[in-house]
Design a protein around this ligand. Structure first.
Ligand SMILES: Nc1nc2c(c(=O)[nH]1)N[C@H]1C(S)=C(S)[C@@H](COP(=O)(O)O)O[C@H]1N2
Ligand SMILES: [Mo]
Length: 389
């Protein structure tokens, strides 16, 4: 067997950099799913631009003996009080506080990315400031429209500190109202969706309708109830595209996939081509560690100006150098890029092809967090038969 990687420049990238809104893989609960509503039902659900309202209230929760004081907000915003936030107010705030960033959406429980979008919106902390002084707030819960059925609620939460403060070079949680330069469709969680840059999709609640500040310190996310780690940030992981089941000798085999740069950053993607026979044996952790992994290349970063929807001010896009238009990291933090390698000269036989990402600290997938209930990052594998032409 010989595999000579060819320059990635000769290959065609099979993935668009931004996923069209309707082409994201969808992960939505509810019956009916809120985005299936139409006409008056959509209006009643406050899922149109005109009828959308956001309520921000405080939880009266206390718990003896340790949680003595409930969370408070100086100025709650409610529909009954006539001061719930509407979309015009949110977008007005966006003219001074708004910005955009490119982020991959990835479900903790699904082993392929759902899509990547250019999201625009306003930081959650700037929205909370509209409510004046807060006291005894330790967590911020939020949920979206769920057919007015408590059993269908999909709720996530963040700590007060995660919402209020952003480390240098990182991105704040924000309330997004545009995706790829367009209003967010009901299908993608519009009119307004929470987007939590560093997190798996379950923190990015769609059809946002309520923010609820509390002194309950528990991480009461809906996702916590299904054995998931409710604080798991995005994993750095490589994903492998489908491959043809059979190829003939002399025909080059293009192996491609996506990679997400997660919480621990990104170093490179590696692949391993293994010829299998009856006595090859299983691939266990030891075999994976000793395998002759080779580096694959990333498809290059697209030109930012070509990428962004018309009218976007490049200076407002986090993650890129404002003067050169070049990304600070590639892939972007919490973004994804495509990788590839061209294999040629494979002799007849059966092959297993694997891929993995190595993160910024040198850990190869599925390390450093191999538990799959903190994010699906098992090493993907495909089998290909090479036959004589
Ligand atoms: N209101 C609501 N928001 C939600 C969900 C949901 O079921 N209801 N699913 C979450 C999960 S688990 C994921 S992975 C992402 C998926 O986002 P997408 O459908 O836009 O790809 O949405 C999140 N936001
Ligand atoms: Mo998810």
């Amino acid at each position: 067997m010989s595999d000579r990687p060819t320059a990635i420049a000769e290959m065609t990238c099979p993935h668009p950099f931004l996923t069209p809104s309707e082409e994201f893989s969808d992960v939505s609960r509810g019956n009916p799913k809120p985005h299936q509503l139409t006409g008056q039902a959509l209006i009643d659900a406050r899922m149109t631009a005109e009828t959308w309202r956001l309520e921000i209230t405080a939880d009266s929760f206390t718990e003896e003996p340790h949680v003595q004081q409930p969370a408070t907000l100086a100025k709650p915003m409610t529909i009954d009080g006539g001061n719930a936030l509407d979309l015009n107010q949110l977008m007005d705030l966006g003219t001074t506080k708004g910005f955009g960033y490119i982020k991959a959406m990835q479900c903790l429980n699904i082993p392929t990315p759902l899509g990547q979008g250019f999201w625009e919106g306003v930081p959650l902390r700037d929205v909370l400031q509209l409510c004046g002084t807060m006291n005894n707030v330790r967590r911020i819960y939020y949920w979206g429209f769920h057919n007015n059925d408590p059993d269908q609620v999909f709720r996530s939460s963040l700590s007060y500190s995660q919402v209020m403060e952003t480390p240098p070079g990182e991105l704040p949680v924000f309330l997004a109202y545009r995706l790829n330069g367009q209003p967010i469709s009901p299908l993608r969680g519009g009119p307004v969706r929470m987007v939590v840059p560093w997190a798996h999709g379950f923190k990015s609640v769609k059809w946002l309708s309520h923010i609820f500040v509390t002194n309950d310190y528990r991480t009461n996310d809906t996702y916590a109830l299904k054995n998931n780690d409710p604080e798991s940030p995005l994993k750095t992981a490589a994903y492998l595209d489908e491959l043809p089941r059979k190829v003939t000798t002399g025909q080059p085999l293009d192996v491609t996939g996506l990679v997400i740069s997660g919480w621990s950053g990104f170093s490179h993607v590696e692949y391993w081509v293994r010829e299998v026979s009856q006595d090859s044996g299983d691939v266990d952790d030891a075999a994976l560690a000793e395998a002759p992994w080779q580096r694959a290349d990333l498809f290059p970063a697209p030109e930012l100006r070509q990428l962004l929807p018309a009218g976007t001010v490049a200076q407002h896009v986090a993650g890129f150098d404002a003067s050169t238009g070049k990304p600070h990291h590639w892939p972007l933090r919490y973004g994804m890029a495509a990788w590839g390698v061209r294999l040629s000269g494979l002799t007849p036989g059966q092959y297993e092809i694997r891929a993995r990402a190595v993160d910024g600290n040198g850990y190869a997938q599925p390390e450093p967090r191999p538990l799959q209930k903190s994010g699906k990052n098992a090493i993907p594998v495909r089998t290909v038969d090479v036959e004589d032409a």
